[in-house]
Structure formats: structure tokens, C-alpha cells
Design a protein around this ligand. Sequence first.
Ligand SMILES: [Zn+2]
Ligand SMILES: [Zn+2]
Length: 390
Amino acid sequence: MRATQWMGKKHIEVNEVPDPQILNDRDAIVKVTSTAICGSDLHLYDGFIPTMRSGDILGHEFMGEVVEVGRGVGNLRVGDRVVVPFPIACGSCNSCRQGLFSVCENSNPNARIAEKVMGHSPCGIFGYSHMMGGYPGGQAEYARVPFADVGPLVVDDDLTDEQLLFLTDVFPTGYMGADNCDISPGDVVAVWGAGAVGQFAVASAKLLGAERVVAIDRFDYRLDKAREAGATDVLNYEDVDVLDALQELTAGRGPDAAIDCVGMEAHHPSTAIHAYDRAKQAAMLETERPHALREAILAVKNGGTVSIVGVYGGLMDKFPIGSLMNRSLTVKTGQAHVQRYLKPLYERIRNGEIDPSFVVSHTLPLEQAPQAYRMFRDKEDRSNKVVLKP
Ligand SMILES: [Zn+2]
Ligand SMILES: [Zn+2]
């Protein structure tokens, strides 16, 4: 089959690789009909996630048709149309039973590597380094789906791939970011990062009853999308001081909740702290450039919530623990527990409460993955979310 392979930093190729096979009774093979490039794939592209190997197949956002099932998969049939959650989860361990699917205790065969970095291991993830299980991803013609009796959701034919594909990650991730804010009517929620996850966080905060939602980014076309998703206010941080602007919008109190949808590669080129982070990151002395998170912590009101769904890899410097502790802030975070949100969010799409296809800016053949990664990384041609068709 044809598959998108990570060949090294900033080097993607589409090549011929062996077809995936059923390895365990609970596996299924899915023929991929649509797959997307994620902002977090760019951390792989840029070489910031350790334990990638040349030839690894990328992609954790994919959907398609079941073409083969193992003997232990009773809920899927050949021909079913499915969306596949990016976290691989067994469904029966202690974490899965609590609905914490992205910290499944059974799905990362390389847990030992992750334990060295993080203390304990999260779940395995498709196409996201050997530390996260070394599973081949779904930016390919076919993918093997482990624990297929737990993860994939069978979906109806009357909705398009573009309406359903984002159930695999960015919609539930944005939704969890908002859900973790315990939003009450009247709340003001500020969202750092207006990429697809940020756009879904904005839409979800509105769905969950926020009165004002402020989107923060440096690209006006992404802020326009955030407005389309329901943002009442937008801030371009190249034009305004974000902390001052948020103070002004909230009578000096600060937003009730802050959602970080940026993660480890925040930009803030004009500041000394950005130069500091870049230098430390380049020297491998910290893994993150966490400007957005620092700002989110400082911005939120006393007693407010900071919800982190942007991806971080390891260790950061200059964490404002004094602000966090003295001001009674709550931090909630995690890779999205997609399996928990899949059905309820599918129902919201079915009911017409949201049409996730608004995020798609480009649909390209899989063969153009190398160009698509470059375009998406460099934010060329107003690229917002790129769908690849095998
Ligand atoms: Zn993703
Ligand atoms: Zn589990």
C-alpha cells in the first residue's frame, strides 16, 4: 500500500510499504477513505517529539471502511463505515473503566520509554513515535486498528467524511478543553490558539453556555474561522497586548477560564522570553516554548481554571507557579479521552448543532502529503485543516 512516512526532521515521503495484517484477535483493518494532518503532527515534522524512527507511518486522524476483523471483534462487520479515535485504549483497565481512555494502561507496548520521561505512561497513539507505542498511523491506504471492539464508532452514510473525520481528534480535543472549564452561564472563556482545535474549543465553549469566548492567535484568517465557530471577540497578539486586552474585556478581573490550544511551539517573536525559550530548546535544555501557557495562567481570574489541550512533550522553564498557587487556580489537562466523547459529539453532529466540516481548507490526494505538510506548517494559502484522500 501507499503510506506517508516520516523520514527525518522536515522530511516526509509517500512510499510503498507492506499492507497491515491482523496481529491480534481484537484488531481490525480499516481501508482509509479520509485522513487529516494535525497540528500535533507538526511537532513530529519539526523534530520535537523524541523516539521517531525513519520510515514511521504518520497519522492519527483517519476514518474509513472495515475490510477485515479479528475473531475477538464482535461489534464490527466488514463494510462498516467507522471513525477511529486517536488514543488506542483497551476499554477494561482501571483507567479505561474511569473513562480516562488516553491513559489506558494496556495499549502502550513501549511504556518503559514513556515512564522514563513522564513517570508513568499514557496510552499508545497511532503514528506518534515509539515512546507512544510505535503504532503505524493512518495517513495511508490501510491501517491496523488494535482494540477495534472498543475504539471505532460505526457511522451513517448520509453524513460526509468531512463532517465526521474530526471526531477522531480535534473536535473531542477542543470539546474536552471546554468541558474541563466547568463553564457556567455568563462565563468568559479565552482560547489561546485558533487552529482547528482552538476553533472547536470556541464552538464547544459556546455549546456549553459561555457568554463570551475570546480567541487569540496571530493569523487573521484563523481568527475569522474562530469567529465563524462562535468567538465573540478575537485578539491578534501581534497587534495588542493580550493581558491588557483581556483585563479590559473583563472589567479587570480576567477570564473565568483559559484554554491552551497551542502547546509546545508557541510563537512570540518580539519578546525576550521567546529568544530564551528558542535558545534553551535548541540546546535541548527544555523541550517546550510555552509562551501561551504562561500567558494563560497569568490572564485567568483568581480562582479560575486553566485547561491545557495543546501538546507538550517534556520539560519547560519559567513556569509561573507563584501565580498558579497564590491565586487558587485549577489546572485540568490531558490528551482527549476521545472514546468518552465520540457518541455524544456524533449525536450533536447528527442533530445539526455543529457541522465540523467548516475547518477544512484543503483536500488533497495522499500522494501530495509532503507538500501538504510544508504548506500546513508554513500556514501558506490560509491552510487551516488539510484532508488527504488515499
Ligand atoms: Zn490530531
Ligand atoms: Zn485500558
